[in-house]
Design a protein around this ligand. Sequence first.
Ligand SMILES: Nc1ncnc2c1ncn2[C@@H]1O[C@H](COP(=O)(O)OP(=O)(O)O)[C@@H](O)[C@H]1O
Ligand SMILES: [Mg+2]
Length: 304
Amino acid sequence: MPQNQARWDSALPSQKILFVSGKGGVGKSLIAAGIARQQAHAGRRVLLVEIGDNSYYRDFFGLERLDYQPQATELGFDLAMWSGETSLKDYVLYYLKIERVFRLFFENKVMRALINVAPGLNEISILGKITSGVRKIGPPLPYDLVVVDCYATGHALALFQAPRGILEAIGIGPMGTQSREIESVLKDPKVCGYAVVTLLEEMPVAETLEFRAELRRILGVEPAVIANKVMPVPVERAELETLTAADPGGLGEFAKYLSAIEDRQKQYLGKLSREFEAVGQVPLVFSNDPKELVAATGEALRQV
Ligand SMILES: Nc1ncnc2c1ncn2[C@@H]1O[C@H](COP(=O)(O)OP(=O)(O)O)[C@@H](O)[C@H]1O
Ligand SMILES: [Mg+2]
């Protein structure tokens, strides 16, 4: 497989926040955990954050609970889950410090419904929390790196667009100020990194290129790309051809199948290599054990 000179993560050591996105099901959550583990092993204090309302990691790591407060894991990094509601609660309690206002927001059905439909409020609350350590506001976040297991591409772009949307709607007051600050953090490549995970297949690669174009347009930043579930084909092409000739109906079919996989992977890896400076690669790991999967993923990314 072609090895590019630059590493996919060359900017990572200086960055404090890494968003991991990609098409649904490509391996965002596993790769985000792999990166968190790898960076923790490199000696950084790492927090892996899941955003939204449904947890993937709770079942994946067999945890009794996973909530807003970071908890230590056996893998060397801390883990937390931040939803729009918990992030907003945190914000309201920290800034307003008035229990009455807090109750007005969260114990009132109408207010709760409004919070859920207010455009961009969930998004800006989550981004506010993610960037709070860097902006040095709110409760301290004592981490060198926050890895965000982000939404799939379309929803992730809506997340990154939220500060601009709010600024255009209400440019003044504390909401405006915070949105402006959050947007400038997202745009700063020394602070925020973006990784897009893909499979070496047509649709995920097309979505990866679209995502990059939109990210450039919205934030003016460049994502790194990671090809996941790359199948190693440990047999030379000539041997596959010999096998196909020797046993056309039997093992030959399997050899053809392997050749087809290799061709497809080469085609899309070539396409990505022409488009991106560096392409990270993670092999398809043959294991069902979460810790093994995370370790193998992190290890693969360290080597690429
Ligand atoms: N490199 C890999 N090797 C083996 N299994 C993988 C690999 N990457 C992802 N998976 C598995 O594929 C499934 C989808 O991955 P997941 O991280 O949940 O994707 P996403 O977060 O993008 O929806 C999970 O069961 C995950 O464990
Ligand atoms: Mg996921």
